[in-house]
Design a protein. Structure first.
Lengths: 123, 221
């Protein structure tokens, strides 16, 4: 359970340090995220667990895909989806769908990480 | 070797009729009353059906909504900035995919981005959504109450339908339904900017002369 959040914590910290070549302070990132520096600090030390919505917002701030926080995420390029669209989709539209598919996958990973593991029945 | 019974191939008209029947059945199952329908009630119905709705700010220009069904569950990506009427229609449209096309989607037999191949599926979803939001019989009664009959439906009457409708529906919805009900001819009001016309006939509070002068007085101190 902790591995997922520890890996996310390290990634947030690394992305913040690398942002724009000179990095961002926790305060600056907090302003962009509409939260407090304390929350950023706690995400980076895995005291707090960012939600999938927080990660989506972070990915937008850093200009990366949400899958960046999940190195082992595997998203198929065949999307089991149907949509209401007003015409043929452009490559940008398809990219948005792929990003949403990643968001769904991230949510599943976090849901599984939160779920308490069943106790093993040792004899 | 046992022979596999052949699956009857349905005509498109039969598929649309099935979608309409499904909409009627689901309305009964969820106790839907037309006048109570809005985005929130639709979201609640979808939740009961096991579908999550995610409002997304940055979807492509052409995507209104998308239904996903795979090992990560069933969910709808819905464009947050859509006005209420298309938002409701899109949710009802995607509900049909969840109820009637889920298996085909999960098996990858029908996929997004290929409208022509999915044309019947998509039209059936439109039929379902229209019936789910405002059943044809109810709309018939409603239009009759307004004194509208075949050949007597002016542009202004269409605006009246929209303004008095018990449920939010778009001008496209109204025109398609009235065409289906043979009240207007197909394409009769093509190119008419109903929204603009409505604003001219019924200017919003902020555009009314008395409000403009009131605001000017206020600003002037």
């Amino acid at each position: 359970m902790n591995n997922v959040y520890e890996s996310i914590a390290k990634k947030i910290s690394a992305l913040r340090a690398e942002f724009g070549g000179k990095g961002l302070t926790q305060e600056e990132l907090a302003v962009k995220m509409g939260t407090t520096a304390n929350t950023i600090s706690r995400w980076e030390s895995s005291v707090y667990r960012p939600s999938v919505e927080d990660l989506h917002k972070l990915s937008k701030v850093f200009g990366v895909s949400i899958s960046t926080f999940f190195p082992e995420m595997n998203v198929s390029d065949k999307h089991h989806a149907l949509m209401s669209a007003t015409g043929e989709l452009s490559p940008a539209d398809m990219d948005e769908l792929i990003e949403y598919a990643k968001f769904r996958k991230a949510r599943t990973i976090l849901d599984n990480a939160k779920r308490p593991r069943k106790k093993s029945t040792e004899k | 070797m046992q022979s596999v019974p052949e699956k009857k191939v349905l005509k498109s008209s039969e598929i649309y009729a099935q979608a309409k029947e499904m909409a009627k059945a689901k309305r009964i199952e969820h106790g839907v009353r037309t006048s109570d329908l809005n985005v929130n009630t639709l979201k609640k119905i979808l939740k009961k059906e096991g579908v999550r709705v995610d409002l997304v700010t940055s979807v492509g220009n052409r995507i209104r909504a998308a239904y996903f069904s795979d090992e990560d569950g069933c969910s709808i990506m819905l464009k947050k900035s859509l006005p209420q009427e298309p938002k409701m229609f899109a949710l009802a449209h995607e509900l049909k995919h969840h109820l009637m096309d889920r298996e085909l989607i999960a098996e990858g037999k029908i996929r997004c981005g290929d409208y022509n191949r999915n044309k019947v599926t998509e039209i059936a979803a439109e039929v379902f959504a229209a019936e789910f939001i405002f059943p044809e019989e109810e709309m018939h009664a409603f239009v009759s109450e307004l004194g509208i009959a075949a050949g007597s439906c002016s542009k202004e009457k269409i605006i009246e339908i929209k303004r008095q409708s018990p449920v939010p529906i778009s001008y496209i919805f109204i025109q398609k339904r009235l065409t289906r009900m043979s009240i207007i001819a197909e394409g009769q009001y093509k190119g008419v900017q109903f929204q603009k016309l409505e604003e001219n006939l019924y200017p919003s509070l902020y555009k009314q002369p008395w409000f403009k002068s009131y605001r000017a007085r206020k600003r002037g101190g």
